[in-house]
Design a protein around this ligand. Structure first.
Ligand SMILES: [Zn+2]
Length: 259
């Protein structure tokens, strides 16, 4: 399967054709055949917004897990709060993507207060209750622990129910380890749990390296725009075009092309 928006739309169509009902982590039980579509937003909320719009156009909903501790995006900025609320307004759910590496593990219950606090903060951003959590690159210990969050009121998407009683498929590291379309077509499983990272998808098929390089370059300009918003007459000190020159010089210097 390609990593394009058309390919993703095709996957949604196949799921619908084969009778899978798009569900969340709570209502799947009422359907005989269900798919929980989940998106972990590791780097780029803009990509999440794009995918959520595509799903909305196709009449399906999914769950977007966002980080509260990301160095790439700030869920409290107005721009991002608006994005999160818009995603919810389209009928999708927003859950917490929890990065355990942001904490020191003082005892076996180290996570309880941290997860609880991040859920609370995310709820302030989206203006809605947050009822699901997924782990960002979980350790083996975390995976095996089957966390009971807020006495079961909040679903842990890594809980046994969603791995043992669902067929789990993921495009992690831009690689479907299994033939996801084949599995949908064969209807071997009544319960699917699919993880799609919006970050990897584009209008046209690009190499993994290009997707990553485009993201990194975009960060430079985003950084400039943010400086511009916070610095009086920034262009007198540094022009945006000068970054282009810097990019070229660096590219030639290290022999790897552009940044
Ligand atoms: Zn993640």
């Amino acid at each position: 399967m390609k990593f394009t928006y058309d390919a993703y739309k095709n996957m949604i169509l196949r799921l619908k054709e084969h009778g899978y009902i798009f569900s969340n982590y709570f209502d799947y039980r009422i359907y005989d055949k269900s798919v929980i579509m989940r998106h972990d937003v590791d780097n780029d909320l803009g990509k999440a917004l794009k995918l959520s719009g595509i799903e909305h156009e196709m009449g399906v909903t999914s769950t977007y897990f966002v980080l509260a501790t990301s160095n790439f995006y700030n869920i409290f900025s107005k721009k991002n709060r608006d994005i999160l609320r818009f995603i919810c307004d389209m009928g999708h759910s927003v859950g917490l993507h929890f990065d355990e590496t942001q904490y020191s593990k003082v005892d076996e219950n180290w996570w309880q207060e941290a997860v609880d606090r991040e859920i609370y903060l995310l709820e302030q951003c989206v203006g809605r209750e947050v009822t699901s959590v997924s782990m960002h690159r979980p350790s083996k210990d975390t995976l095996n622990s089957d966390w009971d969050i807020r006495s079961g009121k909040v679903v842990n998407s890594y809980g046994k129910e969603f791995f043992e009683n669902h067929k789990y498929l993921s495009d992690s590291r831009r690689n479907w380890k299994e033939d996801v379309l084949g599995i949908i077509e064969k209807e071997q499983y009544n319960r699917l749990h699919i993880l799609v990272h919006p970050f990897w998808y584009n209008e046209t098929e690009e190499t993994t390296k290009d997707v990553l390089a485009t993201f990194c370059k975009g960060q430079i300009y985003q950084c400039y725009d943010e400086l511009d918003r916070n610095t009086r007459n920034l262009s007198e000190l540094l022009m945006k075009q000068e970054l282009l020159v810097w990019e070229k010089v660096n590219g030639e210097d290290n022999g790897r092309g552009t940044v």
